[in-house]
Design a protein around this ligand. Structure first.
Ligand SMILES: Cc1cc2nc3c(=O)[nH]c(=O)nc-3n(C[C@H](O)[C@H](O)[C@H](O)COP(=O)(O)O)c2cc1C
Length: 270
């Protein structure tokens, strides 16, 4: 029995090391955070306590959905034609788009940059995440003829299978633009990425300080989208001014999901 337990412990240790969890287990356990620290005074709407289920979610593999609402995206490419330095230099908030559809390859790159899994066998993603809890979800509002061979609608990105899943059909770009204080330029982009957070996934572990962590994470995702778009010779905009409840309603988001950022993407006029 003792031997069996020892072998089991060795196997668990090997598993943790192989799948890269050891590093974050170290900093989580060394008290580098203060669970009860209040950094904001006013928390965003939505729950801040995470259930054990929520905490587990980030590392539970999504089951591959083969339903007709799901689209397998082309594999992302890891080599581009623009250097990182040039991409950073060129990045600007784009607000003027021509009505040219994106290819599925371009959509694939943008979503992968925002939240794609970047390990062959592991679960870690393109952006860092406090405790590797991954509180962000990425939605894409696709306009009519916004992406080749993709119907207009709202899609949720599924990182584990690099798929998109249709959650609301129809061209909702005008409604989204109206919800963003009528910044109608948003409706002229072929797609808009909407980044949402489920706060409980992170605050369940880190308390109110988790709110700060999530806001850092959305910045990472936003910059990745900006840089990926630029390096594909596309343009991206960024929108923080919108009515949360209206965006939630348009995307039919679950109650716990809070929209944090809208990023229209397309071929730019300039
Ligand atoms: C968090 C955040 C929210 C923003 N919200 C909006 C917005 O609602 N509408 C808009 O037109 N630009 C918005 N911007 C873009 C800024 O106006 C823009 O980044 C700034 O003018 C600097 O220009 P650049 O991004 O082209 O370098 C936002 C930028 C950030 C970082």
């Amino acid at each position: 029995m003792k031997l069996f337990v020892m072998i089991l412990i060795v196997i668990i240790c090997l598993f943790i090391t192989k799948y890269g969890r050891a590093d974050f287990l170290v900093w989580q356990n060394e008290g580098f955070y203060n669970k009860d620290e209040d950094i904001s005074g006013s928390l965003p709407s939505g729950p801040t306590k995470g259930s054990p289920f929520m905490l587990a979610m980030a590392s539970v593999p999504e089951s591959k959905d083969t339903g007709r609402n799901n689209i397998d995206l082309p594999k992302p490419k890891f080599k581009g034609s623009m250097s990182l330095e040039e991409t950073i230099k060129k990045r600007r908030t784009e607000r003027s788009f021509v009505s040219i559809a994106l290819s599925q390859q371009q959509l694939s790159q943008i979503l992968w940059a925002a939240q794609g899994i970047t390990e062959e066998r592991g679960f870690k993603r393109s952006i860092p995440s406090a405790g590797a809890l991954y509180p962000l979800d990425i939605f894409v509002v696709v306009g009519k003829e916004g992406v080749d061979d993709v119907q207009a609608g709202v899609y949720q990105y599924q990182p584990a299978h690099h798929q998109i899943k249709c959650v609301v059909p129809g061209d909702l770009r005008k409604k989204l633009a109206e919800a963003a204080l009528s910044q109608m330029w948003i409706s002229r982009a072929p797609i808009s990425i909407v980044i949402t957070a489920e706060y409980g996934r992170t605050t369940g572990k880190y308390g109110k300080r988790g709110v700060r962590y999530i806001h850092m994470e959305v910045g990472h995702a936003g910059q990745n989208i900006f840089l990926q778009a630029e390096s594909l010779n596309l343009g991206a905009g960024i929108v923080g001014a919108f009515a949360d409840e209206r965006v939630k309603d348009i995307l039919k988001l679950p109650d716990e999901y809070v929209p944090l950022l809208i990023m229209p993407v397309g071929v730019s006029h300039s």
